[in-house]
Design a protein around this ligand. Structure first.
Ligand code: DON
Length: 307
């Protein structure tokens, strides 16, 4: 059987993206993220048969931020099944991840689970069903990635809360429209803590192996999903994983994926591999410049496409 030489391809990609190394800026609206050295790069591929290919800072942990929204969605689909779609949509937003405009016009029903408003509703769902949502969320992420040492970064969570005016406004709007049952401060505490999870590219590539391989039963820490639910999570990553840049990511990379303002991006190639890349400098849409470039080159060089 022919095997793609991913390690060689990663080395070539790294050389090719060097001209973009100083493009973009690290997120600073969360003060703790502004302290991270912006000139770092890591990437890791995990094939569905478990082979790992990493480069540079593949084992460095960083704040995965919105990538955690995929984990929340998995837990909420397990808890609520299709009833979840009464409270959150599954259409691309075409707006920024923290936009309030659509939420007002659409009367408190977020367009999808991957914008902040949608993920705040997911946090409310977790709070409603679970006695210890913080503990349960973390143990699920640890089980998915196979790394028991993963943890929240309290400092990042507190730093975000201190400046989290926009997310507080979103939570208030949700509450006003009757789409938030819990106490606003309590829901936001869970949301900010979830976003603060620190993981490496290797941890992420391993965790998303479960989404790349929907044929193997999804059962982690008691959370179970059907193959159809896993495929649908991938579908939402494809259409909504990059906010107002979802079309561009689909056009350039062509894989379901999810980004975070910590500079991480994960993508899955169903039945082939999961890949995570990290570089803190972001473009104006909040997505990693080097990360987008690296993944564009990965699917171009390998000539493997889901389309
Ligand atoms: O709520 C926020 O603004 C952050 N905790 C997460 C945003 C994020 O990662 C958007 N990603 N590109």
């Amino acid at each position: 059987m022919e095997r793609t030489d991913y390690q060689r391809i990663l080395r070539e990609i790294r050389r090719e993206i060097e001209p973009f190394a100083r493009e973009g800026r690290a997120a600073d609206y969360i003060p703790a993220l502004a302290e991270v050295d912006p000139d770092q790069f890591g990437i890791c591929i995990r094939t569905i048969d478990g082979r790992i290919y990493g480069l540079e800072r593949a084992d460095a942990r960083f704040s995965i931020q919105s990538i955690t929204k995929v984990f929340s969605l998995a837990m909420c689909l397990w808890l609520e099944g299709d009833a979840l779609w009464r409270r959150v949509g599954r259409e691309p937003s075409g707006t920024a991840f923290n936009s309030l405009i659509q939420l007002e016009v659409e009367r408190g029903v977020p367009r999808n689970p991957f914008i902040n408003a949608g993920a705040i509703v997911l946090a409310d769902v977790l709070l409603r069903h679970l006695d210890d949502p913080e503990g349960r969320f973390l143990s699920f992420v640890r089980a998915l990635s196979g790394n028991d040492a993963l943890d929240y970064d309290d400092r990042v969570a507190r730093s975000e809360r201190e400046k989290g005016y926009l997310n507080a406004a979103i939570a208030n709007l949700l509450k006003y429209h009757g789409n938030l049952h819990g106490d606003i401060e309590r829901v936001l505490r869970l949301y900010f803590l979830q976003c603060s999870v620190a993981m490496s590219c290797r941890d992420l590539a391993c965790a998303f192996g479960a989404f790349a391989d929907h044929r193997t039963p999804f059962r982690f820490d008691g959370v179970s999903l059907t193959a159809s639910q896993v495929k649908r999570i991938n579908a939402i990553m494809q259409t909504c994983g990059f906010y107002d840049e979802a079309g561009e990511f689909s056009f350039l990379v062509g894989l379901p994926g999810k980004s975070g303002v910590g500079g991480g991006i994960v993508a899955v190639y169903p039945q082939k591999y999961s890949v995570a890349v990290w570089s803190p400098r972001l473009n104006t849409k909040g997505n990693s410049v080097m990360g987008m470039k690296a993944l564009e080159l990965l699917t171009t060089r390998t000539e493997e496409s889901i389309f």
